[in-house]
Ligand binder design. Structure first.
Ligand code: TYD
Ligand code: MG
Length: 455
């Protein structure tokens, strides 16, 4: 006899599960987001389920072999880096990002790379012909790449079992469904159930599975968020749609360090790895221009140099405009207030516009000095001395604080041929000097103009 239909209530915003209906989700605080879902058509008693489960054996820690940590070279430096030095067999990886950012392109490109791996690209979004067109555009370098257009998970599982590929890509989890659950594809229960099944397949077969999940700008779609707990690795693909640069960020990694980033450029023939981000974030002018400064930034643990451009002009209307792309507007206001108070610049009569090269978003407070340097340069309409860059945070009293990983920033600047770097005097005693670059230590913002303009 079939068991009772099992139901539960889930929050469509955060995936919170509750046995009864509630008006407000206790987890995320959203109203009217709890809906009822059928979890399973029938269920055996727990005792019967336990009896039928295969049992693992407990082992002494010193007896466990470490072969499990073998890494597969994906043939793509940036991807290897973000995964912590290559792919671990049997891992489940979530690749999240906004629609249209390039998730399908990146994963198809991975499947087509010449890396001696057999790959299965499962698509529930595009037809085989569409995928072939894209593959031709990217270039087919792997004869062991198969494409499968299917959305029923049971069929996908059989295909994986028959084919036993090294890598499977599921594009996307929102289009997949299992007959085991009654709700429609893309619902919280379907996503959870499909991901749990994929996890079992990955662990038992040793096949690494990439799951693609769409996330909207504010991260509101529930799917990928609830997956973060299930998967081994969470990668996020970010970038500005109007720009060609993309960052692949490791948010969670059970096998390595997070905070690694990979940088890519979207081209006509797919994504190109950018191994040296500074090369694209610095422009080379014939002669120095006013309003431009260079900051030695760190994203995660990766240092790079990036150009900041500022335009300071007389305010045409009563209220001055402050506009930034890629930098926190409140932080800019704070820096302008400090400049006004400490350096005596009349910022209240000025419009200020701020831009970072490549459409990059910068959350690194170590970029404060470079931002202020660009503003000072534009304000006085005077170009900075050649080969100068900065790395430091600015406090409310105008004090210059050390940026995290200052030493790494200095050595990156030296490597790229910068002549001088301005940093906080707090680290004067503790850091190792890099060869070939003059390091100027300052303790307050009043000392900055001199450090920037002195030849
Ligand atoms: P896509 O991978 O389909 O995004 P997602 O899967 O994240 O929704 O990326 C689509 C965009 O990338 C689309 O606007 C076209 C662009 N693109 C290129 O610029 N060059 C290329 O070689 C490819 C394949 C796509
Ligand atoms: Mg896609």
């Amino acid at each position: 006899m079939a068991g009772k239909v099992k139901r539960a209530f889930f929050c469509s915003s955060c995936g919170y599960e509750t046995p009864k209906w509630l008006g407000k989700c206790p987890s995320c605080g959203e109203w009217n987001t709890i809906t009822e879902h059928v979890i399973a058509k029938e269920s055996k008693s727990i005792a019967a389920q336990v009896a039928s489960l295969p049992r693992a054996t407990a082992q002494r820690v010193q007896d466990i072999s470490e072969q499990e940590n073998r890494r597969i070279d994906l043939g793509n430096k940036e991807l290897n880096r973000v995964l912590g030095g290559g792919l671990v067999p049997g891992s489940l990886i979530l690749l999240g990002g906004e629609p249209g950012i390039g998730k399908s392109t990146l994963s198809l490109q991975l499947a087509l790379t010449d890396n001696n791996l057999s790959t299965l690209y499962v698509s529930g979004e595009e037809s085989a012909e569409q995928i072939k067109m894209r593959a031709t555009r990217i270039g087919i370098h792997n004869e062991e790449c198969t494409v499968y257009t299917e959305t029923l998970l049971e069929n996908i599982a059989s295909q994986i079992e028959e084919q036993h590929p090294d890598i499977v890509i599921i594009d996307s989890i929102q289009t997949m469904y299992t007959d085991f659950v009654e709700s429609s594809a893309g619902s919280v229960t379907q996503i959870r159930e499909c991901a749990a099944t994929l996890l079992k397949i990955a662990k038992s077969s040793g096949t690494a599975i990439f799951i693609i999940g769409h996330i909207t700008k504010d991260g509101t779609i529930a799917g990928p968020k609830i997956l973060e707990h299930i998967v081994d690795v969470v990668l996020q693909f970010e970038g500005d749609h109007n720009n060609t640069y993309r960052i692949l960020r490791g948010i969670k990694n059970r096998f390595g360090a997070t905070y690694e980033i990979g940088v890519f450029e979207m081209r006509d023939n797919g994504l190109r790895s950018v191994e040296n981000p500074s090369e694209i974030l610095l422009s080379h002018y014939e002669e120095p221009l006013a309003g431009i400064a260079v900051g030695a930034a760190v994203d995660g643990i990766r240092p790079y140099l990036i150009e900041v451009q500022a335009l300071v002009s007389g305010a045409a209307y009563g209220t001055p405009q402050r506009s930034t792309t890629g930098f926190d507007q409140r932080r800019l206001n704070m820096l302008l207030a400090v400049l006004e108070k400490r350096v005596g610049m009349k910022m209240f009569q000025k419009d200020v516009f701020l831009n970072f090269a490549g459409g990059f978003k910068i959350a690194d407070t170590g970029m404060d000095l470079a931002v202020v340097a660009a503003i000072i340069s534009s304000y006085y309409d005077r170009a900075l001395a050649e080969g100068v860059c900065c790395a430091g945070e600015i406090g409310l009293s105008g004090e210059v604080r050390p940026a995290p990983r200052t030493e790494q920033r200095i050595s990156e600047a030296a490597r790229l041929g910068f002549k001088r770097i301005v940093v906080s005097s707090f680290v004067e005693k503790s850091i190792k000097r890099s060869k070939g670059i003059e390091v100027v230590f300052i303790s307050s913002i009043e000392q900055l103009p001199r450090a920037l303009f002195a030849e």
